[in-house]
Design a protein around this ligand. Sequence first.
Ligand code: ISL
Ligand code: CA
Length: 551
Amino acid sequence: MKNPFAEKTIYQIYLRSFYDSNQDGIGDIPGITAKLDYIEQLGVDMIWINPFYPSPQNDNGYDISNYTDIDPRFGTMQDFELLVAESSARNIGIMIDLVLNHTSTEHDWFQKALSGDPFYRDFYYFRQGKKDGSPPTNWESKFGGSAWEKLPDSDDYYLHLFDVTQADLNWENPHVREALYDVVRFWMEKGVTGFRLDVLNLISKPDKLEDDFIGDGRRFYTDGPKIHSYLKELHAETFGQSNLITVGEMSSTTIQNSIKYSNPLEKEVSMVFHFHHLKVDYKNGEKWRLDNVRFDELKDIFHTWQVAMADGNGWDALFFNNHDQPRALGRFTSDKKEYHYKAATMLAATIHLMRGTPYIYMGEEIGMINPRFSSIEKYNDIESINHYQLLQEEGFSEKETIKIIQERSRDNSRIPMQWDSTPQAGFTKGESQYPISESKSWINVKESLKQPNSIFAFYQKLIKLRKAMPVIQNGSYQPALLNEENVIAYVREDEQHALLAIHSYSPSDKTITIPENFQNGDILVSNVARNQLTAETQLEAYETLTICITK
Ligand code: ISL
Ligand code: CA
């Protein structure tokens, strides 16, 4: 079945770090409008903007205190309307980020609940502690510590799967669902054409909340009991009536559920973000324990998901980077200068030639790298700061703790966009509120746009190719060259073309045998000086090579 978003590419903007238009050192909405020429030049179809609603910013806007307004630090509603108009004039859609699983504890609903209003009390999960006064269940917050917070002067606790200032909403309550659908409709009327829905698969909690003796509680509420019926209702009540693009962020989900979420016949969401490929350097599944990348696992996850999602008519959001992840460049490859171009373009090709909708996280298109700050003062993400504490309580030295934070912190990708090599990286004419990376001296937009063979130009090419070639959009997917170590390769095929895409993650040269049927094909994508194919091909470090046969 042809998928309407198969030819599109989406660009993610972490608003506060993208471009500051008014010199207060914080990126803002007019800052996006000011850079639309750049975004258009890249060739993307839609911009996903991280949350910009009024918020105490304890979790950088994922703690929303008012769903239908703009936080003044990011601009005004007029600024937002102008952005929608200016981008749609360029055929670029706007996807906003809605957090429907929880609100800030500063939200009116929670405040009314606290003051004892029973109507709003039922908007959240308030529960009595156990007899001994301990929390209602032993569930853990994803940011560390208990998932329950006790109210002062009461035996009651409220549930927060994330920060203590992010209270989980009770989707069982039809008034909650109706209030949230109103929010979605409000933004649709503003001309928004896409929604990224935060931790969407956590909204359905079980009827009975009980201790988890084998885990942190997630197995009870991940892809929870009523999730599919809630999503069908959300779809029918809001975006289902128009042709919007919706992507659900599905934490720790399964393939079977992801197929159901994204198969168009199920009428839930257009596509899913899932994260298994970004846990292959966790130790025993733990983010805050370092391990080497298990490359075979990475390869296996890509192949398994691509094949199964195609079989089940599901649809993937394809990505290596976002605001929650350290950059893939430097994580799955070297990020040294000598490999910079090849590693960045190879990672890009891995994702962009797969079946699904590719997402580019701001700065990825110029090969931005992790700053790996060495002092805790430079970190400002709540998760990193919590774990700085927790890891030391668990016995890690300060030095070991910083090493882990350097590798894992979400701040790695949240640093300001590097527009040029000046002291503020061209991000602001004032003084940046967030630390600027030294790498701006050699990795920046100004430099990239000067060079004909830049990483940026390679991304432009991938975006254009997807639009031009139905085989990239909808062709079948078969894993290839499975026995080649450090190589991810696959065949995409339709009635007109067959593509063999080969991506080497090896830091040194590597000889492979090109399958016979591809030996006379054309080179469609390459990141090295290669213009001829031989049966035995010596791939360079981090080479990507796609061969095309026209039938
Ligand atoms: O639980 C996880 C993996 O199994 C996490 O990756 C989880 O999916 C992720 O932390 C959820 O992130 C989203 O919601 C958070 C917010 O801090 C993130 O920035 C957002 O992307 C809470 O709203
Ligand atoms: Ca600003």
